[in-house]
Structure formats: structure tokens, C-alpha cells
Design a protein. Structure first.
Length: 112
């Protein structure tokens, strides 16, 4: 099984949060996080932003969903076969599917 990321393709969050207070104070940041999570939940496709909805489309193991684990980014993470990923992509034309893979660290070159 491979791991896949389902990303919002047309992300309106920057437009929704533009303007207002740009302060970095804890209160201002907390308010931005709250408005971001509220916006994401209000605009999420319930069939694809919850584990139950994804499992109804394909036989996958859901790792993280915007409803519970990734409300800031709106990314859904699941494990399944390439065929499962195709089914989900067909059901989610407004999302981008990316296969996750491990990145190896580049060893530093020692000089001298």
C-alpha cells in the first residue's frame, strides 16, 4: 500500500483571511487559527474530508483528515492502492492527489 495526500486544489483560504490584524501576538494568531479552522470546516467536502466518507469511496486506511487532524492545511492523508487513489480522485475533482514518498537526507560533504 502507498500513502497519498489529498490537497485542496482551489484554496480560497488566503483570500478569506486577507486583511485584518497582521499582528503576531498570541491573541491575534489564535484568532487567525480559529477563523482558518472555521473556514476549512465550512467549505470542506464532507464525503472526502472525513474518514467515513473516504472509506465509502474506496477501501483505504485513513491517517489524517481536516475534520480532526489537519484543520489548518486541509490535507487528507490515506493509505491504499493506486486503484483506490484513482477512485478517490474521480470522486474529488476539486482536489489534487499526490503520492507521498520518503525523502532521503543528503549527506553533507566533508571538507579538508
Amino acid at each position: 500500500m502507498a500513502r497519498f495526500l489529498l490537497l485542496p486544489k482551489d484554496d480560497d483560504v488566503p483570500d478569506a483571511l486577507a486583511g485584518g490584524d497582521l499582528s503576531l501576538s498570541p491573541q491575534a494568531r489564535a484568532a487567525k487559527v480559529k477563523s482558518l479552522t472555521t473556514f476549512r470546516r465550512a467549505h470542506a467536502d464532507p464525503r472526502l474530508s472525513s474518514g467515513r466518507g473516504l472509506r465509502a469511496v474506496a477501501n483505504v486506511k485513513v491517517i489524517a483528515t481536516p475534520q480532526r487532524h489537519t484543520p489548518i492545511t486541509g490535507v487528507t492523508i490515506f493509505e491504499g492502492t493506486a486503484e483506490d487513489a484513482e477512485k478517490i480522485q474521480e470522486a474529488a475533482p476539486g482536489a489534487e492527489m499526490v503520492e507521498d514518498f520518503r525523502l532521503d537526507l543528503i549527506s553533507p560533504v566533508r571538507s579538508g
